[in-house]
Design a protein around this ligand. Structure first.
Ligand SMILES: [Zn+2]
Length: 132
């Protein structure tokens, strides 16, 4: 959806405490709404995008693993394009880090459970130790 300054959008007004029609007065560089003025009470405030479930009719992309918990999980192609750290159990890893495993190949750390990391590889999620 394209917005433009001077356009109207329905959003929650912090002063009216209810959804009101607002006039768009500023846009972010990426085209999303930055600031709006409430048409009812004239207060100017930041626009907060409503939390909508992805309202597309297209089917959700097939994820390789149901256990991926971070929205930052990358596809294998994206992981291949990023620098990766060789996996070794003596290393400490952080969530989001890309690692290169001798057997499983490239993966992204998606969760840390004490001395174990959950890593999302192309073939699925593996539990590996770290910091040993
Ligand atoms: Zn208002």
């Amino acid at each position: 959806m394209k917005y433009s300054v001077g356009g109207e959008v329905d959003t929650l007004c912090g002063r009216c405490k209810i959804e009101r029609t607002h006039r768009i007065v500023a846009l972010d560089p990426d085209g999303s709404i930055a600031q709006v003025i409430c048409a009812t009470c004239d207060s100017r405030h930041k626009y907060k995008a409503p939390k909508l479930p992805k309202a597309t009719s297209s089917k959700p992309r097939v994820t390789r693993s149901e256990k991926v918990k971070t929205s930052a999980a990358l596809s294998l192609d994206e992981m291949m394009a990023m620098p990766a750290r060789p996996y070794a159990m003596s290393h400490l890893f952080q969530i989001g880090e890309i690692i290169e495993h001798v057997k499983f190949g490239r993966g992204q750390v998606i969760q840390i459970q004490g001395d174990k990391i959950e890593v999302h590889f192309g073939e699925g999620v593996k539990l590996l130790v770290h910091g040993r």
